[in-house]
Design a protein around this ligand. Structure first.
Ligand code: ADP
Ligand code: MG
Length: 203
């Protein structure tokens, strides 16, 4: 089972990795965007940490809602509403009052989160966005594979963005010149799954 405590550990891990890797994410976004992806996400997940210091959401849906609302209100840039919607939709897919969910239910909730991202951003697989890392990772979880395997799938999805031409977001303005660079949002999505693997029990 995945507990509220596991999800708090997930968020702690993400915040820590963003502190370490903010500059790398900004560098990826310098190549095909406006150099702020790492700073944007660190601002958002830092605010999440501050809110969790003062609030103790009683269950997983409440925790996901807090994360989603915070990301939407504090992250400038396209990624804030997208990741924010992701967490809001994940929360809505888990029964109110749940303090633990089965891995299969969590995978289903993550898939609902991804659908939320795609409803909002209209990106398909292969458009060189965060969807390219999120989608294979969530597919792995839906197929009952481990979070570690899902994290590997996200990394493979990230690598696969390098030769692609961006068709959504700021990078799409570059057209052919976006080829040859990894997508920053796919890189942050890979971090999300690294941390999920760190924060969740393996069996
Ligand atoms: P901005 O592009 O507004 O500066 P960020 O730099 O924080 O925002 O985020 C950029 C990332 O957001 C991209 O690398 C891409 O993965 C993701 N992204 C942008 N537009 C979309 C979209 N329509 N659908 C899915 N992901 C998107
Ligand atoms: Mg940017």
């Amino acid at each position: 089972m995945l507990t509220t405590t596991n999800l708090r550990a997930w968020l702690d891990c993400l915040h820590g990795r963003l502190v370490q890797e903010k500059d790398q994410l900004n560098a990826l976004d310098t190549a095909i965007g406006d150099a702020d992806h790492g700073s944007n996400l660190l601002r958002g997940f830092q605010k999440v940490q501050e809110k969790l210091h003062d609030n103790d959401p009683p269950d997983i849906p409440a925790l996901c809602k807090l994360v989603g609302m915070t990301l939407i209100s504090t992250v400038g840039g396209a990624s804030g509403p997208l990741y924010g919607t992701f967490f809001l939709e994940v929360g809505k897919s888990i029964a109110a009052g749940s303090t633990a969910v089965a891995p299969e239910s969590f995978a289903t909730a993550l898939a609902a989160g991804l659908r939320g991202i795609q409803r909002l951003g209209k990106a398909e697989l292969g458009d060189k966005t965060m969807v390219d890392a999120l989608s294979p990772a969530i597919d792995a979880l839906l197929a009952n594979q481990s979070p570690a395997t899902a994290a590997q799938a996200a990394r493979a999805g990230l690598a696969a963005t390098i030769p692609l031409v961006a068709r959504k977001g700021r990078a799409s303005y570059l057209g052919e010149r976006s080829r040859g660079h990894a997508d920053p949002g796919a890189a942050s999505a890979a971090l999300l799954f690294d941390c999920l693997a760190t924060a969740t029990p393996s069996s």
